[in-house]
Write a protein that binds this ligand. Structure first.
Ligand code: URP
Ligand code: ZN
Ligand code: ZN
Length: 480
């Protein structure tokens, strides 16, 4: 007999709505939403198979969508320590029910080969639903010829390209432009890591030659205006190529100014920022010893004036999404001895693996720092963490909202529950947290993935491999 679930008496919050009602779920999808005292509710309640979940005093929100994670990301020397299993389980405990991770095209490989390899890794392990962006590093006629099928057949409608990391991931402006033109004609979008990699390399080499080897110099050699310069360049290339463009992990006020300027002209330029840029500043690099290596991610942490600009940008839709860029390298050697850690960069900041963890803390951090601090409305919080990611990356209305016909991916959230963020209690394998000891108000209580409860307080009720690959429709077609 089909299992039917009633989420009873919760305060349903979407990007636009806020009301108390019951949600009825069958076969993993929302089939009805009705007032508790309505005839519709009475008819559903008469069904003897009904599993009733009491949501009174809880917020019921769409499952979070994190469109920037790096699980099992292999950078040669270093590898992120969360597998698709541990990383997606950690995401689930944080109220995220869909991630969009990355398939990295290596030199000599086709993008389709990169996608197939990632699918084979992720499918047996994923605990939440997942999709992929493809990172293009080898742009040749065959690569370009594959793009239409990747979008239409395989459901990959977004491609990340790097303006940073010369000799490793960086591609030329010409190749970015070539990929943009093809993607733009077929419903695709280009996500850009915008930093001027060649100039930054000059600054890194100068710093090292002067004996400036500590993690602090990671921040000092990646100046804000080099992010702004690359952001402006990427947007202009996209404008010429007639493709939507999405700036990943935007951190600098000056880069945001470029996005705003383009959007004011009607250009489909979009951007995300990440919790670490909203809650931490460049001062973390003054921590003693090698401790600051925990905060080495790219772009680096910025001054507090950037934080203010980012919060303002989130409020007024200059920034559309908050993602985590979860890229967890252990600080010390990981217990299995398998993956290399931040310690690789002892004595040379350039060798510190770039990236930091955070997939589990996006919702509680943004709720506390945004909603509780009156920087964001509750509706805007949902929009930034679920609805806009779904719309931007071709998952809406299956994901990203609470509506009849949508997947029953739901978070039951207690806005009054205090808790402390810590690596001692998070569910990621990584051995530290950027937010160690942060006190926040608001906690994920229960999480549903396609109608099935997968998290109940501290209990994991889901199954490894239950996450499903999401074929996405067009990306970036959300400007009126
Ligand atoms: O430092 C970062 N952000 N590492 C992950 C790779 C990337 O550029 O997103
Ligand atoms: Zn990046
Ligand atoms: Zn990233």
């Amino acid at each position: 007999m089909t299992n039917v679930v009633q989420i009873k008496g919760g305060r349903i919050v979407t990007a636009v709505d806020d009301y108390v009602a019951d949600i009825f779920i069958r076969n993993g999808r929302i089939e009805a939403i009705a007032a508790s005292d309505s005839d519709i509710s009475a008819e559903w309640v008469a069904n003897s198979n009904l599993e009733v979940i009491d949501a009174s005093d809880l917020l019921v929100m769409p499952g979070g969508i994190d469109v920037h994670t790096h699980m099992q990301f292999d950078l040669g020397d270093a590898q992120t320590v969360d597998s698709y299993e541990t990383g997606t389980r950690s995401a689930a405990f944080g109220g995220t029910t869909t991630i969009v991770d990355f398939a990295l095209q290596r030199k000599g490989q086709s993008p389709k080969q990169a996608l197939d390899a990632r699918l084979a890794l992720a499918e047996p392990q994923a605990c939440v639903d997942f999709g992929f962006h493809i990172i293009l590093t080898d742009v040749n006629p065959d690569t370009l010829a594959e793009i239409p099928d990747l979008i239409d057949r395989d459901g990959v409608s977004s491609f990340k390209m790097f303006m940073a990391y010369p000799g490793v991931l960086m591609v030329s402006d010409a190749d970015i432009f070539r990929a943009m033109r093809v993607a733009g004609h077929h419903g695709g979008m280009i996500n850009v890591h915008a930093e001027n990699g060649e100039v930054i390399q000059v600054l890194i080499e100068e710093a090292l030659a002067q004996g400036n080897t500590s993690p602090k110099f990671h921040g000092l050699t990646r100046p804000r205006i080099m992010e702004a310069e690359a952001t402006h360049r990427a947007i202009r290339l996209a404008e010429l190529a007639e493709v939507p463009v999405y700036m990943v992990h935007l951190s600098a006020k000056e880069a945001l100014d470029s996005v705003v300027e383009a959007r004011d002209r009607g250009i489909p330029a979009f951007a995300e920022t990440c919790p670490h840029y909203l809650f931490l500043t460049i001062e973390e690099y003054d921590r003693p010893g090698f401790e600051a290596a925990k905060y080495v991610m790219t772009p680096p942490l910025r001054e507090s004036e950037c934080q203010h600009a980012l919060w303002r940008g989130l409020k007024f839709d200059d920034l559309q999404i908050v993602s985590t860029d979860h890229c967890p390298f252990c600080f010390n050697e990981n217990p299995h001895g398998l993956n290399k850690s931040k310690q690789l960069g002892l004595g040379n900041f350039e060798k510190i693996p770039n990236g930091a963890p955070g997939v589990e803390f996006r919702l509680p951090l943004l709720f506390d720092g945004g909603v509780n601090q009156h920087r964001l409305t509750l509706n805007r919080f949902v929009q930034l963490t679920a609805t806009a990611p779904a719309k931007m990356f071709g998952l809406f209305p299956r994901k990203g909202t609470i509506a009849v016909g949508s997947d029953a991916d739901l978070v039951l959230f207690d806005p009054r529950k205090p808790h402390v963020l810590s690596a001692a209690t998070h569910h990621s394998v990584v051995d530290y947290s950027l937010y160690e000891g942060f006190h926040v108000l608001g906690k994920v209580e229960k999480v549903f993935l396609r109608g099935r409860m997968i998290v109940d307080g501290e209990q994991w009720l889901g199954e490894t491999g239950m996450g499903q690959y999401q074929r996405r429709s067009a990306s970036g077609r959300i400007m009126a």
